[in-house]
Design a protein around this ligand. Structure first.
Ligand code: GAL
Length: 392
């Protein structure tokens, strides 16, 4: 029932997308890997919607006879509820399928992540599930003498510049940005009101490939309104490199927002919308607004549905978040591990979008859904993600 509701919302989002002219044509500005490119980059090929099967990497058989039933899971930080939820779900599912699981969180420190992965490899983990802290920092550790025996699943964030990565499990990250952009268009009713409105833009961590996808998805929706003058960016900061947020950190977003308020909005000038790619950044923006800002409260976007942010949505301090259902994404990664271990073909549904600089990585993308004040109870409480107690 919930699944049907969720897919209705996803369908509704796609319809909204078409209604505002963001057809597959404009989605062609998406790219495979964002880092190191300018804001506009070439479209490769459209993703496919139908699941297809990937037969595994030639020369790296899915199941060597003596493959230990041991999996290493390396995630960025335990401090963010979404990563700890992802980790626990994968661990639980894999352990109940008989795997030994080495689950490590790297405290958002690239060198810790590298040494954790090295020790997983040394202790005979032959399948690794990794969400990189820095997309480009894992080349060395993954290209060990043993790398031909190791199968690597990149989780949520794509590992770049190495052919050691075999599969990718994620969300359509460009679509998340699109949904955030569309939310702003609809909340401000940009197509039916004269404006102009004031917008400020935040982007994610410069070392995370997802950040560029979010940014491009949102900017492809918002750019026409910026170009026509209906949306003004008083700070003038709209280039990706000018608006990134190191490690998606709340404090960093808060500091930047406080500086924007002090410089451009301290006289009560209204900020009508703040584009935030995820919830940790949205939280920083909310914190900053609670300081010296005296104007009308803006529309604020986010993603992840972290508890603190759902509370902000309930308090009308944040407008929306995009829910990336960890249970679906973690389940898919666990299924992939099982398929690899069993030597079965691995299910993917996108074989063309995610080029990591060294190869096009077969991917399985799961759905995401917009959550706001109108549906958070249905999606998050009805879906068993949180209880009312968690949110009080
Ligand atoms: C990104 C991910 C976001 C958010 C962020 C902070 O890679 O796409 O959803 O979780 O990391 O950890």
């Amino acid at each position: 029932m919930l699944k049907r509701f969720v897919s209705l919302i996803v369908t509704a989002s796609v319809l909204m997308l078409m209604a505002c002219g963001c057809s597959s044509e404009s989605r062609k500005t998406r790219g495979s890997n964002y880092l190191g490119r300018d804001t506009d980059f070439a479209f490769l090929t459209e993703e496919t919607d139908e699941p297809v099967l990937d037969p595994g990497k030639p020369g790296k058989p899915n199941k060597p006879a003596d493959l230990p039933k041991k999996v290493g899971i390396s995630l960025p930080t335990k401090n963010l509820i979404r990563w700890s939820r992802d980790g626990e779900l994968m661990k639980k599912e894999l352990e109940s399928a008989g795997f030994t699981v080495d689950l490590q969180y790297a405290n958002n420190d690239t060198s810790i992540q590298e040494s954790q992965i090295a020790s997983m490899i040394a202790s005979d983990c032959r399948i690794l599930v990794i969400a990189p802290i820095d997309a480009r920092s894992l080349n060395k550790v993954l290209n060990t003498p043993k790398s031909n025996e190791i199968t690597v699943i990149s989780y949520d964030r794509l590992i770049l510049d190495t052919d050691a990565v075999d599969y990718y499990v994620s969300i359509d990250n460009y679509l998340i940005g699109t949904l955030q952009g569309l939310y702003i268009v609809n909340a401000l009713d940009l197509d039916n009101t004269p404006g102009p409105y004031n917008l400020e833009i935040f982007a994610g961590d410069p070392g995370d490939n997802n950040g560029g996808f979010f940014f491009n998805g949102a900017m492809d929706v918002l750019r026409p309104y910026i170009d026509s003058g209906k949306l003004n960016i008083l700070s003038g900061q709209k280039k990706y490199d000018d608006v990134t947020t190191l490690e998606w950190r709340t404090e960093q977003a808060q500091n930047r927002m406080e500086a924007l308020i002090a410089t451009y909005y301290s006289d009560g000038t209204t900020i009508d919308a703040v584009l935030c790619p995820n919830d940790t950044i949205a939280l920083g923006v909310v914190n900053a607004l609670q300081g010296t800002y005296t104007g009308k409260y803006p529309v604020i976007t986010g993603a992840d549905c972290d508890i603190a942010n759902v509370k902000c949505i309930m308090a009308s301090q944040q407008s929306m978040s995009v829910f990336k259902d960890s249970s679906i994404m973690a389940h898919r990664a666990a299924q992939m591990v099982q398929e690899i271990y069993d030597g079965k073909t691995v299910q993917v549904n996108d074989t063309s979008t995610y080029n990591n600089g060294a190869k096009t990585v077969p991917a399985f993308l799961v759905d995401s859904v917009v959550v706001d004040i109108n549906n958070y109870e249905t999606i998050l409480i009805g879906g068993g993600i949180y209880t009312y107690n968690d949110l009080s």
